[in-house]
Design a protein around this ligand. Structure first.
Ligand SMILES: C[S@@+](CC[C@H](N)C(=O)[O-])C[C@H]1O[C@@H](n2cnc3c(N)ncnc32)[C@H](O)[C@@H]1O
Length: 377
């Protein structure tokens, strides 16, 4: 869950905020009903109220959304901003909205429930002819130099090798994992090739479960490629956009998919990149083929986040859609607890019923609070 400080930093992102502020000013009309979905402390809600919205529903599962109420009051907008501390999936609105504003992206727009959430709220909340902000994103990729990030990823395993151990499994695992450039921003000068669009999304319309595309890029500057850099171009509303391209200072950072080995690229050389990513942004696969001037491949890597996740056959079986699970001991405890949550017993009483020699009262209380927060009312 984001901290209050990180929400403040999101609002500091000039590129993103200027685009959203301009889009809100040009889209929200006096008298409109607006939703600020994933509002945090409600910067979009305040901008919409200032643009003349009659009512703004500020919605977030994060309790920071209660700050939106205080901030609205501080700015003389209390009568127009209504706070919903809940998941959008649990909220019924009393009216349809003319504009729904959100930024539920992570480092990449395909992030957890983002895409499905916008399809759902468009269907349930948007008035006919209403507008979703943002409108669409385009996904881009290029090969980049990133010696510091790459060295950092595999340097730990060098120490294993310095002590006489082989460490190929650990190195392969690390280099099959997607990273963000949050600690070491990739500058524009480190992009070695042309970039290519490998996907696009129009928000609010059903989207494929997986994006997969092969694109060709051409080397513009000779150097050593350490990985693929992924970013996106956002269109908040037609005519108003921003980009998270290397060199731009943005709250989102960029995704970095390392190569198994750094590869020297000469100007004019071509590479073919195949990217696959699921709609929740959890599983990535990236194939890289650097072509020799003769046309054949002179370097080829097939990588996937699956290969970067140490696991056991038992865990894989449990995650299979064909697995028929039964309840564990903990699952039984949760079942009994849910049955006892009848609106009569207090949290303390529920916790008391869980206490055993191996589960102390304070731990039982924490367990009950967690279950109540998730499934109680
Ligand atoms: C990246 S923050 C954006 C905060 C603020 N709107 C901004 O742009 O600066 C995304 C927020 O969306 C919230 N969120 C994501 N999915 C949600 C959902 N389905 N219902 C309610 N809140 C959601 C998260 O809790 C998080 O606070």
């Amino acid at each position: 869950m984001y901290s209050i400080v990180s929400f403040g930093h999101m609002a500091l992102d000039g590129l993103r905020m200027d685009a959203y502020a301009r889009a809100i000013a040009s889209t929200v009309k006096p008298g409109d009903v607006v939703v600020d979905l994933g509002a945090g402390p409600g910067i979009f809600a305040l901008l919409a109220a200032r643009a003349g919205a009659r009512r703004v529903h500020a919605i977030d599962v994060n309790p920071a959304v209660w700050l939106a109420r205080d901030l609205a009051a501080e700015n003389g907008l209390a009568d127009r901003v209504e706070v919903h501390h809940a998941s959008s999936w649990d909220v019924e609105l009393p009216e349809r909205a003319n504009v729904i504003i959100s930024d539920l992206r992570g480092t990449f727009p395909l992030y957890e429930g983002h895409v499905a959430t916008l399809v759902d709220v468009k269907t349930r909340w948007l008035a006919p002819g209403g507008t979703l902000l943002p409108a669409r994103d385009r996904f881009r990729v290029a090969l980049v130099e990133a010696p510091d990030i790459w060295r950092d990823l595999e340097s730990g395993w060098r120490y294993f090798e310095d002590r006489g151990f082989a460490a190929a499994a650990a190195r392969a695992s690390t280099l099959n994992t997607p990273y963000s450039d949050s600690d070491r921003a990739i500058p524009a000068s480190h992009v070695l090739t042309s970039d290519a669009i490998f996907g696009e999304i129009d928000y609010g319309v059903p989207f494929a479960p997986t994006v997969e595309r092969t694109v060709d890029v051409t080397t513009k500057r000779g150097g050593v490629a350490h990985g693929l850099c992924i970013w996106f171009d956002a269109t908040v509303v037609d005519g108003i956009s921003y980009s998270t391209a290397p060199g731009n200072v943005v709250t989102y950072k960029r995704t970095f998919l390392p190569l198994l080995e750094p590869v020297r690229l000469e100007v004019g050389e071509q590479a073919s990149l195949t990217i696959r990513v699921d709609v929740r942004g959890r599983r990535w696969a990236w194939d890289t083929e650097i072509r020799a001037p003769s046309g054949g491949a002179r370097a080829r890597f097939r990588q996937a986040s699956f290969l970067g996740e140490p696991t056991s056959p038992e865990t894989m079986l449990r995650e299979s859609a064909q697995f028929s699970p039964s309840r564990s001991e903990k699952g039984e405890r949760v079942r009994r607890l849910l049955e006892q949550m009848d609106g009569k017993r207090t949290v303390a009483e529920l916790a008391q019923s869980l206490v055993t020699p191996s589960l102390q009262e304070q731990d039982a209380l924490d367990d009950v609070r967690e279950i109540v927060a998730r499934y109680g009312r």
